[in-house]
Design a protein around this ligand. Structure first.
Ligand code: NAD
Length: 528
């Protein structure tokens, strides 16, 4: 492991990820070695020391380093594809497209955003109110950014935090999920092989190590994960007085209108429900389908889902990955059982397949509000279908969700869809597709309600990584009208200025007189 990587020694406290297995075949994986509190503090200290010199590089120099690292990642892509395959069970095509393929594109996109929105801004001041004065605003790195990551996209999920944090001159310490420690460590290791020593580091462990990282004196925190953990992280950051970007779960609905292109809608919803075995914050978990086409929709969807390959098979010939860990497998199993017990119709799937954490793509029809598959994040290859009476019904149900990340509308009438989109209380709406903007750095990825109000991607996310610093320069040599000592004339001037602003002209006529008096007073002061 590289010299820049912290957490190489320590203890292994009890954690669900210890004793973890390969989801493909249940073969044992190496246990995670957790960083001790002292190692976490040391990683933060080293990052802080390294950050100063790193922030003195020009943005262009930092971009050049990040480009070099991104090229190295692409060149070494087969390594990471294998690590995420073994550690999280991703199928080859998804390991390539979801995890390995994006770093250089991400660097290019962030280059545009960072250079455009963090350059020094000269602010013009009103020369009458502020004679001789000028001002500018610099965007400075916050210092050390802690990134606490989930397991579902253990490499690509980091692009949107680590790349802009480094590009803007911060040092970064990453705390991977204990369910995907090696994948995230690989990403950090490649970066560390190119960047100056200690500018990026990793501390392995569970919630305790995440808490220790926040407590280690970092200057900002980016958290992605579940609402339960996210709330705690937000509180801890607030107590420490550091900014945090907290991105939590999702339960995205697809709203299927009666006039949709059924063939394309079925194909699109299938992909966005089953990519990464549905283990994505922006996965479609519910389909609100207009009753008029519900039978046809369910029939077509079932025939596609039944044809998908979801179980151990030759590499490159599997469509749906297994669940990534035992905890997730249990949640999915429970949600499906709960829905069936409460009267949902099982259209297809509903069973594990083969050795490993494989689970059949599962369609549940006639789902209702009280079921877990409607209320809570399932994070699996499961789609809950709710038959609705038109758009208003669908929008009302979608807006009742605990979560508010994304939603999609499937219809041929795009103009109408844009009007419906305005009524959806969520962060991202996609018309005739779903969630594709999650991988577009130019567009904000954000939510409402329990998804949290953190923003990833776009200029709106920059506030986590940079702080504005204002500098005002006064080139005038005279005294200000309002400087001490005070006299009655200054008070009258203030009154007249207020009257002038609200156009109380009966008294504001005194304004020129009072101003002249001030100027005489300042002159007298100089003469004395
Ligand atoms: P999780 O909340 O269990 O863990 C996320 C990370 O937080 C892990 O590194 C974990 O060790 C750490 N952690 C947990 N408790 C902590 C605490 N008290 N203090 C500090 N750190 C703590 O989530 P997970 O199961 O790894 O990931 C799945 C979740 O992530 C899902 O809910 C999914 O929707 C969400 N997610 C959201 C987005 C988004 O953009 N909104 C993206 C990806 C995943």
């Amino acid at each position: 492991m590289d010299r820049n990587l912290a957490g190489s020694a320590g203890t292994s406290p009890p954690d669900p990820a210890v004793g973890r297995v390969c989801p493909l075949d249940l073969s044992p994986l190496a246990p995670v070695v957790f960083a001790t509190p002292a190692e976490v503090a040391d990683a933060a200290r080293r990052a802080r020391r390294a950050q100063r010199a790193f922030s003195e590089l020009t943005t262009r120099e930092r971009i050049a380093l990040l480009r070099k690292a991104a090229r190295a990642m692409l060149a070494r892509r087969h390594e990471i594809m294998e690590i995420v395959r073994v550690e999280t069970g991703k199928v080859d095509i998804e390991a390539l497209f979801n995890e390995a393929l994006g770093p250089l594109d991400a660097v290019h996109a962030w280059t545009k955003i960072v250079t455009r929105h963090t350059a020094r801004e000269t602010v013009r001041l009103n020369p009458v109110s502020f004679p001789g004065k000028s001002a500018f605003v610099d965007m400075l790195p916050r210092g050390v950014v802690g990134v606490i990551a989930p397991w579902n996209f253990p490499v690509a999920g980091l692009y949107r935090a680590v790349i802009p944090a480094l590009m803007t001159g911060n040092a970064v310490v990453v705390k991977p999920s204990p369910h995907a420690p090696a994948s995230t460590a690989w990403f950090v290791e490649v970066l560390a092989s190119v960047l100056p020593a200690d500018v990026v580091g990793v501390v392995q462990g569970g919630a305790d190590v995440g808490e220790a990282l926040i407590g280690s004196g970092i200057d900002a925190c980016v958290f992605t994960g579940s609402p339960a953990a996210g709330r705690k992280v937000r509180m801890q950051c607030a107590e420490r007085g550091i900014p945090s970007s907290i991105e939590m779960g999702g339960k995205d609905p697809a709203i299927v209108l009666a006039d949709c292109d059924l063939r394309r809608t079925v194909a699109g919803i299938t992909s966005w429900a089953l990519n990464n075995a549905g283990q994505a914050c922006g996965a479609i978990e519910i389909a609100y389908v207009d009753r008029a086409i519900a039978d046809a929709f369910v029939e077509r969807l079932a025939s596609v889902w039944k044809s998908l390959r979801a179980g151990p098979g030759p590499r490159g010939e599997v469509d749906v990955a297994p669940l990534a860990n035992r905890r997730q497998f249990e949640i999915v199993t429970q949600h499906v059982e709960d829905a069936r017990a409460r009267g949902a119709g099982l259209v297809c799937g509903g069973r594990p397949t083969g050795t490993g954490l494989w689970y059949e793509p599962t369609l549940l029809d006639h789902c209702t509000e009280e079921m877990h598959v409607i209320r809570d994040e399932t994070f699996g290859p499961v789609l809950a279908i709710v038959r609705v009476d038109g758009v208003s019904d669908a929008v009302a149900l979608a807006n009742q969700s605990r979560y508010g990340l994304g939603a999609s509308l499937w219809t041929r009438d795009v103009d109408r869809a844009q009007r419906i989109a305005e009524r959806l209380l969520c962060g991202v709406v996609t018309i005739n597709n779903h969630a594709l903007s999650g991988a577009i750095p130019d567009l904000p990825w954000t939510g409402t309600r329990e998804t949290g109000f953190g923003v990833a991607n776009s200029r709106h996310a920059l506030a986590t990584f940079v702080r504005p610093k204002t500098t005002v320069v006064d080139r005038s040599s005279g005294f200000e009208l309002y400087w001490l000592p005070y006299d009655r004339g200054l008070f009258d001037l203030g009154e007249a200025l207020s009257d002038a602003q609200i156009m109380a002209l009966d008294r504001a006529w005194k304004l020129p007189l009072l101003l002249a008096q001030r100027v005489r007073r300042v002159k007298r002061f100089f003469a004395a």
